[in-house]
Design a binder for this molecule. Sequence first.
Ligand SMILES: NC(=O)c1ccc[n+]([C@@H]2O[C@H](COP(=O)([O-])OP(=O)(O)OC[C@H]3O[C@@H](n4cnc5c(N)ncnc54)[C@H](O)[C@@H]3O)[C@@H](O)[C@H]2O)c1
Length: 277
Amino acid sequence: MPVSRDASPGRSLEGRTALVTGAAGDIGGTAARRLIEAGATVVVADHPAAAARLDATVASCREAAGDDRVRAVTFDVTDGEATRTAIASVASDLAPPDLVFNNAGVQGAFVPTHRYPLDDAARVINVNVVGAITVMTSAAAAMVAAGVRGSIVNMSSMAGVSGAPNMMAYSTSKAAIIGMTKSAAKDLAPHGIRVNAVSPAFIGPGAMWERQVELQAAAGTQYFPSDPELVAEMMIGMVPMRRYGSMDEVVDVVLWLSSDRASYVTGVNIEVSGGSA
Ligand SMILES: NC(=O)c1ccc[n+]([C@@H]2O[C@H](COP(=O)([O-])OP(=O)(O)OC[C@H]3O[C@@H](n4cnc5c(N)ncnc54)[C@H](O)[C@@H]3O)[C@@H](O)[C@H]2O)c1
């Protein structure tokens, strides 16, 4: 299913310090490794409960780097104090991050709107919106205080652009990321900090792909059948390019937005969707 492509990023990010949240996960782990390969020093971050998976990301980064340009920190992005303290420590002990991939997120429940559980909606908004705001403001504060120019890439989703059935809270949270990005881009432009978003559609193989196929099948609404295999086929059939995207295809865009090759690009949301609208 993956296409063959030249993924060679060169060493364009040498000397840069990157912070990647959700780095124990599929997209964040790939991004951390690719940032290391591009020459950056990388701080990988995830929830304390994901510490074992984060260790695996650290190991794969060390292997890719052939040196020790990776640091790990754990904090829950919904814990404002822990997040601000961890990012301030990175800034004082290592360097203020000049590349931020604000990527941590959760999908939440797959339930139609009239039955959507409010406690789950609050949790999704708390992680995906309040958490993303906390990471972005904490990192921006450290960058502005140190006079560091750079880039922040926020993780949205096509669910936030188009609205996905049975995913009302997730779609709401990812739409908020686009507004947050456009506003922050204006505030931070005078400080030389670009802020952009990426919106993937179906990306796989990975935990979120597996989970959404299972849970859309179980949701029992008109949009998907109850057989997960048929759901997977149907989802792929909805994509004009007739396949899901790979982690690397998302990270390619993140790396480009992070690099100086995107030096006049700020406040945009790039859809990485195989043509899905
Ligand atoms: N995979 C897809 O198809 C897809 C599509 C569109 C958008 N996205 C978005 O991309 C991002 C990464 O997704 P992924 O596919 O790598 O999923 P993933 O589940 O593999 O990774 C998400 C990571 O976020 C971390 N996280 C969750 N809550 C956290 C918290 N409170 N504090 C700190 N870390 C927390 C998790 O521990 C996990 O490691 C998410 O924001 C997701 O919504 C994914």
